[in-house]
Design a protein around this ligand. Structure first.
Ligand code: 5AD
Ligand code: SF4
Length: 497
């Protein structure tokens, strides 16, 4: 009988992709993915360490499993990903019933580790080297890019896929744990990436999103003196038949080169959408964050993006309450958000991460209450800007790649007829409209009639649609997709409060 596998995923798109690949690989070893953790033979958590909150959730979910594991000792519990790499023994100390601790760079060994636990009954640790503890080539080798065969059935949607183009990060922003848990920056060979995109397209994938912590820093030395940059890679995969849209996330402001912006402008399949986190609007704070740019530089970069890519939409990330952020510093961030015209911003309260320079050098001196207030205030400003950005589009007809039923439609379980669908424009705007479910995966034209800060509403105008104007359904929930750091749940029960 097939062994049953259950997995929960927290964190960024990299983790969502890793989980897809882990599940695909274990399925090839005969596992069946199920949605009830209590029925599973192997229970996995793919974890995130970017903020404390994400780790707390995992410890709480692990706590809920303690009794279950005692009653069924042959069941295997595994902690994968960033928290596994970062906390290693601590995970086993706090949750001794965990059998496997497997870091981000060791996922290829997961099946072997499961077999080892079955054979010996002993816990298994598979971790990459500490960045400070060995030479760069040694550390690089210990962080293996995990890119096994793709399994289309494991993706949230058959016609959309993430493709990793690099792993790791070398920026060492002082607040961030990613360079430790994902290792040194290493770009994949462009031909390997092109082959993966080709395979995805052959399987019916229409939209690929290229992933990297600093995706625009992508560079691969071809060995003959030539270097492949992201702009070259975009051109390389551009002609892949079947691929209609190419996106890439997340960008680092200092690496937003003109050749990349020109490629985005010149290659119509490449979405004119750039996620470029600013993190703060105050130079003192940016300096303490070691972001290596000033707010003036960021604004100029933004102007350059808009000049070189007309119509481009830009989104950002901000951290509020970073060490030493005064009211005046925060005000500067508010000014940036009020004037930059971001499509949207993801706003986070600073969470000190042991092992980072920020935690070592600066006191976490902003109270939780102040962080919360600044978070709300900044969100309110961004929401106004988002609403204005969305309202500008009312009256336009936009191209939408249909993703499927909206969250509201999913809750309603309607048996037949038009339902509320959702999709995105090339500029990454979320559009909700009525249509038949079979439009999923198709590109349709939608006339925008209404807007909120999160969503555009409209009516399909293309011929293949059954686009009849419908009374507006309940307003869908705000977007749940996050570029990084939020909870993505492949399954739900254990992580639910
Ligand atoms: N505390 C709060 N937010 C953080 N981020 C990264 N590290 C931290 C931290 N220690 C945010 C940044 C980054 C996003 C993925 O998460 O804004 O862009
Ligand atoms: Fe790297 Fe982004 Fe973290 Fe900075 S915030 S260290 S660029 S992953």
């Amino acid at each position: 009988m097939a062994k049953k596998l259950y997995i929960e995923t927290v964190g960024c798109q990299m983790n969502v992709l890793d989980s897809e690949l882990v599940v695909g690989s274990l399925r090839r070893h005969g596992y069946q993915l199920i949605h009830d953790p209590m029925e599973a033979d192997v229970i996995l958590f793919n974890t995130c360490s970017v903020r404390q909150h994400a780790e707390d959730k995992i410890y709480s979910a692990l706590g809920k499993l303690r009794g279950h594991k005692q009653r069924h000792p042959s069941k295997i519990v595994g902690v994968l990903g960033c928290m596994a790499q970062k906390d290693q023994e601590l995970v086993r100390r706090r949750a001794p019933h965990v059998d496997i601790v497997c870091g981000t760079g060791q996922l290829a060994r997961l099946h072997e580790l499961i077999e080892e636990v079955e054979r010996t009954g002993k816990p298994q640790l598979a971790l990459s080297l500490d960045r400070k503890g060995a030479s760069r080539p040694e550390v690089e080798r210990s962080f293996e890019s995990y890119d096994p065969l793709r399994d289309p059935s494991m993706r949230p949607s058959r016609f959309q896929a993430y493709v990793r183009i690099m792993i790791g990060c070398d920026k060492f922003c002082t607040y961030c744990i990613v360079p430790q848990v994902r290792g040194p920056e290493q770009s994949r060979h462009p031909e390997q990436i092109a082959a993966e995109v080709r395979q995805l397209a052959d399987e019916g994938c229409k939209e690929v999103t290229l992933l990297g912590q600093t995706v625009n820093s992508y560079k691969y030395d071809l060995g003959d003196g030539r270097r492949c940059h992201l702009s070259d890679l975009l051109a390389r995969i551009y002609d892949t038949a079947g691929v209609e849209r190419i996106k890439f996330i997340t960008n680092f402001p200092r690496d937003m080169s003109d050749d990349l912006l020109d490629a985005v402008r010149e290659l119509p399949k490449v979405s004119p959408y750039l996620h470029v986190p600013a993190q703060s609007g105050c130079n003192d704070v940016l300096k303490r964050m070691k972001r290596v740019y000033t707010v003036e530089y960021y604004r100029e970069m933004l102007a350059r993006c808009r000049e070189r890519v007309p119509g481009v939409s830009v989104s950002s990330d901000f951290i509020v309450g970073f060490c030493g952020e005064t009211e005046e510093s925060f005000q500067r961030t508010c000014d940036l958000v009020a004037s930059a015209g971001f499509k949207n911003s993801y706003i986070f309260k600073y969470s000190p991460r042991p092992g980072t320079k920020g935690d070592e050098l600066f006191a976490d001196d902003i109270s939780e209450e102040v962080k919360k207030r600044r978070n709300n205030d900044l969100l309110a400003i961004q929401n106004k800007v988002s609403l204005a950005d969305h309202q500008k589009r009312v009256g336009e007809t936009v191209e939408v790649l249909v993703e499927g039923p909206s969250k509201t439609a999913l809750k309603q379980h309607q048996a037949s007829g038009p339902i509320q669908l959702t999709g995105r424009t090339p500029t990454d705007h979320i559009v909700v409209f009525e249509g038949n479910e079979r439009l999923a995966g198709r590109t349709v034209q939608v006339a925008i009639e209404e807007a909120t800060a999160f969503t555009l509403f409209g009516t399909v105008v293309t011929r293949e649609s059954i686009g009849v104007a419908m009374p507006r359904g309940p307003v869908p929930e705000p977007p749940h997709e996050r570029t990084s750091g939020e909870t993505h749940r492949i399954s739900l029960p254990l992580l639910m409060a």
